[in-house]
Design a protein around this ligand. Structure first.
Ligand SMILES: [Zn+2]
Length: 359
């Protein structure tokens, strides 16, 4: 039985390797010289012959009544799937702490994991810019859902440079993220209808926690004095945060980290820091701090002292197994760090007393 399952896996992986991005070379490399002369189809046929007649096209779930195997791109989506799926799911996140989703490309082991998964969840809205084609192809044979793509566009922020595109950083506003949770729940129910009652119940309980998080965020951020409500970060990940909590947000790089920040932009922001006497700027755990340090140096050259207010989790969460490695902990950390750096009184170790509390 084990061998059969491995064969099915191999065929799935082979099919994805071949169909997805022209990685035929990869397939031939894997099989060495023997397959060097074979065509794509011949390669696939060889796999089918080797594994016998069990390779039904589109055959998906090879496991028994075990936990639903879910692969998610970002930690935030994986966290949502774990919270809502509970014990019925086994979730793997492709992008760990400090990983930037804008430039991320699937690795070979990611492809293997997705080929074996019962359900693949990705964000959409242009976040995983390098993987879009891959997911569109994968979706032809697997259950693949872009959980933020289906959000009502009414509350989305338009991309400043690409017409018709939206800012993907919707997790920064828990009230919008709650809408994404609805799509995660729907995807889980579709993949595992028997779990629907459990998923509904878990989602409702999780939603209550998200509402508390939003209420806490609003309370402590509204205690930052209005003239200090300026958030300067490495890239424009905090637009939704700004809209929700009435902060002006200024990123050095744009919505995507793929765009290089020009020297003009840095000079412009240095002037803003000096003129408005902004005393704290923030680094991000998934983006280089080089540009932020250039800002601080630029301001210092004009006699204005600026400090790093802390490291924020913009596009990736903290380490797995820690509070900051959950969505609640990530946002709690961000809002508590921002409010504290901008002069507000914040509770020791955040909303639930669980933050690591460095500094
Ligand atoms: Zn981003």
């Amino acid at each position: 039985m084990r061998i059969i399952l491995i064969c099915i896996d191999l065929l799935q992986i082979t099919r994805i390797f071949i169909s997805v991005s022209g990685v035929y070379q990869l397939a031939t490399k894997m099989k060495g010289r023997v397959l060097g002369e074979l065509s794509k189809r011949a390669f696939l046929k060889t796999g089918i012959a080797a594994c016998g007649a069990l390779a039904t096209p589109g055959l998906g779930i090879a496991s028994g009544a075990e936990a639903l195997s879910v692969v998610a791109t970002t930690g935030m989506i994986a966290d949502a799937a774990r919270e809502i799926g509970g014990s019925r799911v086994d979730v793997r996140a492709l992008m760990g702490p400090g990983v930037d989703p804008h430039g991320y490309r699937q690795t070979r082991s990611d492809i293997v994991a997705m080929a074996r998964a019962d359900l693949v969840l990705w964000h959409g809205l242009g976040l995983e810019a390098q993987m879009e084609g891959f997911f569109r192809d994968l979706g032809k044979t697997r259950a693949v859902v872009a959980v933020a793509d289906a959000l009502d566009t009414e509350r989305l922020i338009a991309h400043p440079t690409y017409e018709g595109r939206m800012d993907p950083h919707v997790w920064m506003d828990p009230t919008i993220w709650a809408g994404v949770l609805g799509h995660v729940r729907a995807a889980l129910i579709e993949a595992d209808p028997e779990g629907s009652e459990a998923f509904e119940k878990n989602a409702a309980a999780y939603r209550t926690k998200i509402e508390s998080l939003d209420a806490y965020s609003e309370t402590i951020l509204s205690s930052v004095s209005p003239e200090r409500r300026v958030l300067v970060t490495a890239h424009d990940a905090f637009g939704y945060f700004g809209t929700r909590h009435d902060f002006e947000v200024l990123g050095i790089q744009g919505i995507s980290t793929e765009s290089e920040a020009g020297l003009n932009r840095i000079a412009e922001l240095v002037d803003v820091l000096v003129e408005r006497k902004i005393s704290a700027v923030f680094v991000e755990t998934s983006v280089s701090d080089r540009n932020i340090r250039a800002l601080i140096e630029g301001a210092a050259a004009q006699g204005h002292k600026v400090e790093i207010g802390g490291a924020l989790f913009s596009d990736a969460m903290g380490h797995e197994g820690t509070y900051e490695g959950t969505y609640l902990g990530m946002i709690d950390h961000n809002v508590t760090t921002i409010a504290a750096a901008l002069g507000a009184d914040v509770p020791y170790r955040g909303m639930q007393g669980q933050l690591a509390g460095e500094g």
